[in-house]
Design a protein around this ligand. Structure first.
Ligand code: SF4
Length: 367
């Protein structure tokens, strides 16, 4: 969904050239897309399509699949044809799979210049094949597999080294008049990563694919990604994002969407405004907030629900939200659009909120 014009954002998007990854536009004024990557063996076409369907349902815009072998490459035509969202083939080491993925009808191909020997010699042919098929590319520079020349020059994967690698590879494609590519310069350290993307965004108008690589297990990876993406997106840098977690890919998509929504770069859907609780709380706020969140999971309308523990900020927040409860004295005052509609006993707060939320959602969806 695009962002309504009136919604405040921290900075205007930095102008980038717009490319097309299948049906998804990237860069320019296109909405910032959310990507993930399947974890099934690509050769297992049914399992991969099943995971892609789950990712699509969770809001993923573009999916990447790994192509380490010829058998994986052979699975690409079926996957590209049946996937509901654009499929990007992830290629390391073997240029021949780049051609196979383009021929297979993949919307995009990610190439890692650091991992493809003699890659530079093949760029003319890759550019021509991609042009002929309308395939987008991503030049995916990664700290862990930096071009050996640059590793030797800089000693390690510094922002300067990654950016130099990316710009060099970009120039080789541009020499052949190929411009339909995005760039990423991923590092597992958010500070290095942010600096690299800032430098890259100064150097050209390529659409940028943001990622903190190997960000870690869900909690740490979420924090690292949110911090790094937040630093960049708040300056208008970034056209597509991939959160990397050691967790199921649907979790990556949920985190990515939440990051965009938090910055008003994607329309907010369900938002629970709940207080942290404190010594004044007169109800169990944690349980209340958890039960309301669980009860409303998957609600696909913009709805702000306030769950507040006492009367200090409770009535104020509850009034500002579409729906809310301010609790106290074993009761909950239920607010809808700023008006108290009823007061219910504490035991009925959750079911009342869920009932009212569904009623509001239904009225929003009605034609
Ligand atoms: Fe504490 Fe009340 Fe604020 Fe919740 S709303 S944090 S219970 S003062």
């Amino acid at each position: 969904a695009s962002v309504p014009g009136a919604v405040p954002v921290l900075a205007p998007r930095r102008p980038t050239r717009k490319i097309q990854v299948g049906k998804v536009a990237m860069g320019g004024d296109a909405p910032i897309s959310v990507q993930s990557m399947t974890t099934t063996p690509t050769t297992d076409i049914n399992a991969t399509l099943q995971q892609i369907a789950e990712l699509t349902a969770s809001g993923c815009d573009i999916v990447r699949v790994a192509v380490p072998t010829a058998d994986d490459a052979a699975a690409l035509p079926a996957i590209a044809r049946k996937s509901q969202i654009p499929v990007v083939a992830d290629i390391h080491f073997q240029p021949k799979y780049v051609f196979a993925a383009i021929e297979a009808g993949c919307a995009g191909v990610r190439v890692n210049p650091g991992n493809i020997r003699k890659f530079d010699d093949q760029i003319k042919d890759i550019a021509q094949a991609a042009k002929d098929h309308g395939t987008a590319l991503r030049i995916g520079v990664n700290a862990g597999s930096l071009d050996p020349r640059l590793l030797a020059k800089y000693g390690k994967a510094t922002p300067e080294a990654m950016v130099e690698s990316a710009i060099w590879e970009a120039s080789l494609f541009e020499e052949h008049d190929f411009h339909d590519f995005a760039i990423s310069v991923k590092h597992n350290d958010p500070v290095v990563m942010v600096r690299a993307y800032e430098m890259l965004s100064e150097a050209g108008d390529w659409p940028l694919h943001l990622g903190v690589t190997e960000a870690g297990p869900a909690f740490q990876g979420t924090i690292k990604s949110a911090t790094a993406f937040g630093a960049l997106l708040s300056k208008g840098i970034g056209d597509t994002i991939r959160v990397s977690l050691s967790a199921p890919p649907v979790e990556e998509v949920k985190v990515g969407i939440q990051i965009l929504q938090a910055l008003n770069l994607k329309e907010r859907k369900l938002e629970i405004v709940s207080c942290p609780s404190c010594g004044r709380a007169q109800v169990d706020v944690y349980t209340l907030a958890e039960r309301v969140t669980a009860g409303l999971e998957g609600l696909d309308v913009p709805l702000r629900v306030a769950v507040m523990g006492c009367v200090v900020n409770g009535p104020g927040e509850a009034r500002e939200a579409d729906l809310g409860v301010a609790s106290g004295n074993g009761k909950g005052q239920i607010f809808v659009k700023g008006e108290v509609i009823k007061t219910v006993p504490e035991a009925e707060i959750v079911e009342t909120l869920i009932e009212e939320a569904l009623r509001i959602a239904e009225s929003m969806q009605a034609p």
